[in-house]
Design a protein around this ligand. Structure first.
Ligand SMILES: [Zn+2]
Length: 60
């Protein structure tokens, strides 16, 4: 399992980051990066908005 460089925000093979040279901590990281959570939340909000529009359209 790959470790994760917090500085570069990328997965790293081994114990030292190739890019910044920082030692990386063994994967005590959340499985889903925050930006993906943001994308998922934004998608859910968008879908709720579209469903709301559809219901609104059907009720008229
Ligand atoms: Zn790095």
């Amino acid at each position: 399992m790959a470790t994760w460089c917090e500085t570069c925000d990328r997965p790293v093979e081994g114990e030292v980051c190739d890019i910044c040279g920082q030692p990386v901590v063994e994967a005590a990281r959340e499985p889903i990066p925050w930006r993906w959570r943001f994308v998922i939340v934004a998608t859910i909000i968008y879908l709720i908005w579209r469903i709301y529009q559809l219901v609104s359209w059907l009720s008229h």
